[in-house]
Ligand binder design. Sequence first.
Ligand code: GLA
Length: 374
Amino acid sequence: MSVAAHFSEAYGRPPVAVWAAPGRVNLIGEHTDYNEGFVLPLALDRRTLVAAAPAEGATTVRSSREAEPVAFAAATVVPGEVTGWAAYVAGVVWAFREAGLPVVDLDLFVEGDVPVGAGLSSSASLECAVAVALAELTGTALDLTEVAQLARRAENEFVGAPTGGMDQMAAMHGVADRLVFLDTRSDQVELIPFALAAHGLRLLVIDTRAPHRLVDGQYGARRADCAKAAELLGVPALRDATADSVETLADERLRRRARHVVTEDERVLEVVDRLRAGKDPRTIGPLLAASHASMRDDFEITVPHVDVAAAVAEEAGAHGARMTGGGFGGCVIALVDTETGDRVTDAVTGAYAERGWDAPVVFDAVAADGAGRA
Ligand code: GLA
């Protein structure tokens, strides 16, 4: 049944329309966004769909994944009042109000195929889909970056997750066959060609399904380390530090954290240079591998499931592989020749079986368009 049909069944009338926003994978540039650095994600062809129509008296959110609807008042909802998955919806409504934009109560039905809890930004896709629906239904003209900033505010200040802005910007600015090169200091976007099939390449997403561990606390701890390192170096953000300057940090842990961020920014810029110049995308493989090593050894955000997937993928012929997203589980991406993809998938699946781990779920990353009418 379509999301519009679900809406009609639940609310007894059809929706005005269906809006959608994609999940993302990040090709390279991890934990650089809250350091005012560079990221290079792509929007996936997996999306969150939101069917919506104005309602009287209250906003109601339903999903085929959830037994119970959640209700709140658009005019008064505040942080803490709505928790769980519906907080991403209520947070967007609240962020509009905080920005002085009009809000209305809505009936909403949410569905989608962005895996939840896999580090593919299902939450940002939900926020952005709700934001474009609310903007259109209130007749509010916003550009892509303004929507992304409202969605991020919902995530940071309503949900309370201290993330950077990459995921929402990717969900809004994504374009088919393009990477979203984002300078997170200026929020300037440049679309970079990424037509893999034309080069005989695939980008595999290996969802490791690693058991989750303390993700929130660890993410905040990394943020705090980066802020401390920037303060000690006397720069506004680690984006302004140099590879040489971070080696002067006396604290060993802070030195490694800062080294990751500075070298990761350099790797993003190098990947962008190569792709912009039309070089064979295979040449970025070693930079993906170096990014993974930096996350493993310096930033310490990988876990055995992702380390094994990245290492085995490269042994089986991937040009480069790295964890993507916030860390402590989630997904690994692997750049592979079209004909090598199945061998890489089989090798990682086999390595997991040998260790008694659940099989990974592997699919192709297809760079798709950002949020809008479905
Ligand atoms: C999560 C956050 C992003 C970013 C990545 C790490 O996805 O939501 O803002 O910090 O982790 O690169």
